[in-house]
Design a protein around this ligand. Structure first.
Ligand SMILES: NC(=O)c1ccc[n+]([C@@H]2O[C@H](COP(=O)([O-])OP(=O)(O)OC[C@H]3O[C@@H](n4cnc5c(N)ncnc54)[C@H](OP(=O)(O)O)[C@@H]3O)[C@@H](O)[C@H]2O)c1
Length: 339
């Protein structure tokens, strides 16, 4: 994905119209600089122009960069604090074996999807790389995320090289630490070095919460671009999401449908089903859209071609403030995994 010129981004924001996929206006109120706000204050911008990569842009942190964490519902991307654009809707590949992973990623890319989430622990980085390399979609339009697992932290530099080799890619768009563990600072520093070496474009964390971030951030140089945590209507991280966003970090949610074994209850939830009926969409689409409207990137897992296409089709409807509130009220702080 391209890096944006911050100056042009701001200029474009000033002159752009607010839109929300179908051109029917932003999710809620429009303010004068071409930015609209969702019910919980997440800014959504229509930014229609891009430039080539610029060296002038400040790479990490800083006030200017903080302003660019806006979800653009036209390009369907967000600009990270690293300066790179990340798509808002991705494909999770957890539990997909080699062949299934290749076919799922291929279908996803063919349907316009551009963000793919894998990890060392999923044992399918090679399949993701194979599908990306085989695709007609240019590499620079695809955003590949992978993660180091704690058993790799003590020798992270080699683990990064292994990931690149397994995927057969020249660079990784985003690498995360899977969850806190021994030598996590050392591993993060290895990722910082890999950024300097051009092996990784953006780095971040997964399963880091407020206390963990407070301890971790003072020990590292590059502000994480993304924090990826469990997020679904029954586990919303109501305090944690805004805390991370206020640091200028993009929040990405895993288990959007609750994870395998829980999807039936969540997708069958009466409140969510009623909202889906009102919009003529599915419960899955409502859940994904709810995430986007609160500023959370989504990576639903699927190997079903119909589901993959359905999950990408979430940019032509908009939840009302009342519907966002109804879903917020479903929160039970019910975590479905231990990280
Ligand atoms: N960082 C971490 O610690 C962490 C942990 C767990 C997961 N993750 C990431 O997050 C991703 C998402 O999690 P997940 O895949 O485990 O769980 P999930 O996305 O909550 O749920 C996946 C399940 O939902 C079904 N599904 C997908 N789209 C659907 C639709 N439109 N309608 C009905 N059912 C649908 C899938 O079945 P079908 O295949 O039949 O569509 C699959 O059984 C993972 O793939 C992984 O990339 C990260």
């Amino acid at each position: 994905m391209k890096r944006l010129s911050f100056g042009l981004l701001i200029t474009t924001m000033l002159f752009s119209l607010v839109s929300c996929g179908n051109g029917s206006g932003g999710p809620s109120e429009t303010v004068s600089n071409g930015t609209s706000e969702t019910s919980n204050g997440i800014a959504i911008t229509d930014q229609t122009e891009e430039t080539d990569k610029t060296d002038e842009m400040e790479m990490q942190g800083g006030e200017e960069i903080m302003e660019s964490r806006e979800f653009n519902f036209v390009t369907k991307t967000v600009t990270l604090n690293s300066g790179y654009e990340m798509p808002l809707m991705g494909l999770g590949t957890y539990s997909l074996n080699y062949d299934t992973c290749i076919s799922s990623v291929t279908i996803f890319l063919d349907n316009g999807g551009r963000l793919i989430d894998t990890a060392y622990m999923y044992h399918n980085e090679d399949a993701v790389g194979t599908a990306v390399r085989a695709s007609d979609v240019p590499r620079e339009e695809i955003f590949v995320t992978t993660k180091l697992y704690p058993n790799q932290y003590s020798d992270a530099a080699n683990a990064i090289d292994d990931a690149l080799e397994k995927m057969g890619l020249e660079y990784i768009d985003l690498m995360l630490l899977h969850h806190p563990g021994k030598d996590d600072v050392k591993a993060y520093q290895a990722m910082e070095q890999a950024v300097a070496d051009g092996k990784i474009r953006s780095i971040g964390l997964s399963n880091w919460y407020i206390e963990e971030l407070e301890t971790f951030l003072p020990q590292v140089t590059i502000m994480p671009a993304v924090v990826q945590n469990e997020i679904h209507p029954y586990y919303q991280e109501i305090d944690i999401v805004p805390y991370i966003q206020e640091l200028g970090i993009v929040v990405e949610g895993w288990y959007p449908f609750g994870g395998r074994g829980y999807t039936k209850e969540l997708l069958g939830d009466e409140t969510i089903s009623a909202i889906a009926d009102a919009h003529g969409v599915t419960s899955a689409q409502v859940i994904l859209r709810w995430n986007l409207q609160r500023g959370v990137v989504v990576i639903p897992g699927s190997s079903n071609p119909d589901h993959i296409a359905e999950n990408l089709d979430i940019f032509d409807f908009e939840l009302t403030e009342d519907e966002m509130e109804q879903i917020k009220n479903l929160n039970r702080d019910e975590k479905h995994d231990w990280y």
